[in-house]
Design a protein around this ligand. Structure first.
Ligand SMILES: [Zn+2]
Length: 398
């Protein structure tokens, strides 16, 4: 595909962006406020989408108690794993219909929130399957009331248009992007993240950083998206280590929730880039956690973009206060990248992905290319053979 076509496509999306029905979720800070909203909107029964791990941690107990106290009906659907699949969404849709629900809560990390959104997309479009709904603006119809309760601070799914699922038939991880999938409400309770293990705190936090950096260096950033990205980067550098070193640090946890949310608001409007495009197939093929792979690829990819992003990256580094020295753009950008590597080191995140199998590389690169082009307005556009090279380097051979 011609690069000029990609840029034209991205230009059209950019011009059309103000006309989309953007909304930011209303932030809610208590369970009872949330249940009151359900009651006020005359809802009768809510489907709560959880993942298996969370069900065991009983993090949702307070939500359930509040629903019970207010005599509000619910049904729990907890058949959700990391890198959730189309089959899981279909099972959730079945539960939604069978139990007569009229609202959906996604409770947990990215996976349950994405499954909640994908179920909502299927409710809105009962005659289209999830593969047909993949891509941009394919839902376009009103979904049931959608509420997000994030328990990690990273994916930002509570603020985004995207539901990301794996097609188990082709092993492709793909996105359904539509502003109707932005949750109407997000409940942000920092205490929910206290029990998050340190390594997951670190990798999901690095995912938030990746969202902010990719949105910022892409073409088409606006004052609004740039300000959100700068704030997210600032907060990640200030608080992620603190949340990692001291899980019960309320200030750090609260600020990481804001970082994840702001990064979500930025990238859902200005997209992510090759870090995500390269990382999604790796999660789908090898079951690797999204934030972990992104953290690892982020500094690698920033090096690859090279001088093309020095000015923007330096700008981001200075405005977020990460680099305070009065250096030239190139030095500032390089120093910023080494600060990201230092964070990864601190968290014990490696620099290579030995799980990558040589024989998978052509397919991985084809999927990465399909995700990035023509949608993402990345600073550089790469051909599939270049992406294959990147995978080989990430594998740790060259
Ligand atoms: Zn991400």
């Amino acid at each position: 595909m011609l690069k000029i076509f990609d840029r034209l496509y991205q230009g059209l999306l950019y011009l059309g962006r103000p006309f989309l029905r953007w909304r930011e979720p209303v932030i809610v800070e208590s369970y009872s406020e949330l249940v009151n909203i359900l009651i006020a909107q005359n809802k009768k029964k809510v489907l709560i989408v959880l993942d298996e791990g969370l069900t065991q941690l009983h993090l949702h107990n307070v939500l359930i108690d509040t629903l019970k106290n207010k005599h509000f009906n619910y049904h729990i659907f907890s058949d959700v794993t990391a890198n959730p699949t189309i089959n899981q969404v279909e099972a959730g849709l079945f539960a939604y219909i069978a139990f007569g629900c009229d609202a959906i809560i996604g409770f947990g990390g990215g996976s349950p929130m994405d499954v909640a959104k994908a179920i909502a997309a299927r409710v809105a479009r009962p005659n289209k399957n999830l593969v047909q709904l993949g891509g941009t603006l394919k839902v376009l119809k009103k979904t049931p009331l959608l509420i997000a309760i994030p328990t990690t601070s990273g994916t930002g799914s509570e603020a985004t248009v995207a539901a990301i699922v794996v097609d188990e038939r082709t092993r492709r991880k793909y996105a359904i992007n539509d502003p109707v999938l932005i949750p109407s409400y997000a409940l942000l309770v920092p205490e929910l993240t206290f029990k998050l293990p340190p390594f997951i705190t670190a990798t999901t936090g690095m995912d938030a950083l990746t969202h902010a950096v990719e949105a910022y260096i892409n073409n088409g950033g606006t004052k609004f998206t740039n300000a959100k990205a700068i704030n997210a980067v600032k907060l990640v550098f200030e608080y992620l280590k603190k949340a990692y070193d001291n899980p019960n640090d309320l200030t750090a946890r609260r600020n990481m929730q804001i970082a994840a949310y702001d990064a979500g608001v930025a990238f859902t409007r200005n997209y992510v880039g090759y870090v995500h495009a390269l990382s999604h197939p790796l999660s789908a093929f090898y079951g690797l956690a999204h934030g972990y792979v992104n953290a690892l690829i982020l500094p690698f990819m920033l090096d690859k973009y090279g001088r093309k992003i020095y000015r923007k990256l330096a700008d981001l580094a200075r405005k977020s206060g990460v680099i305070k020295k009065g250096l030239k753009n190139a030095e500032t950008a390089k120093l910023f990248i080494s600060e990201i590597r230092a964070l990864n080191d601190h968290f014990g995140i490696p620099t290579t992905i030995p799980q990558i199998k040589e024989e998978d590389i052509p397919q991985l690169a084809a999927f990465a290319n399909k995700e990035a082009r023509p949608l993402y307005p990345t600073p550089r556009i790469y051909e599939t053979n270049e992406l294959e090279d990147f995978y080989r380097q990430l594998k740790g051979e060259n």
